[in-house]
Design a protein around this ligand. Structure first.
Ligand code: HEC
Length: 102
């Protein structure tokens, strides 16, 4: 039982760290051009989890940031939790980012 609790704790710590990294990367590299309004406009280009990732990849390569696949996913995950709310296949939805933004 203890082991299971420890495992849950470690997994949730990892999720928080990854969400924070996505936020940090976005604030550092992407925020200069647009803020929330870009992700909340009515005719959004990102219409699901796959196209959201594609947009993050597109802007990442535009700015020649050389992010790893994991970093791209982290930023897409951050934007998804904060603005888009698409379902992410294979990704557990965590609710800490939503509660943080409110
Ligand atoms: C040079 C300015 C600029 C930078 C830097 C930039 N963006 Fe953008 N971004 C735009 C503009 C302009 C649009 C809307 C027009 C378009 O998509 O062509 C956009 C659109 C988007 C969209 C689509 C929004 C939607 O749903 O319609 C996403 C997602 C996005 N950017 C993510 C990022 C990320 C992640 C980064 C950092 C790696 C980033 N952008 C950096 C200018 C920028």
């Amino acid at each position: 039982m203890r082991r299971i609790l420890l495992l849950c704790f470690l997994l949730s710590m990892q999720t928080i760290a990854r969400a924070d990294r996505g936020e940090l990367l976005y604030e550092t590299h992407c925020h200069a051009c647009h803020g929330p309004e870009m992700h909340q406009r009515s005719r959004r280009i990102a219409t699901d989890w796959v196209t959201l990732q594609a947009q993050v990849r597109r802007w990442e390569s535009n700015a020649d940031l050389q992010w790893s696949q994991e970093e791209i996913t982290d930023v897409a995950h951050y934007l998804n939790e904060r603005y888009y709310g698409f379902s992410e296949p294979g990704h557990r939805q965590s609710d800490h980012a939503q509660s943080k933004s409110q």
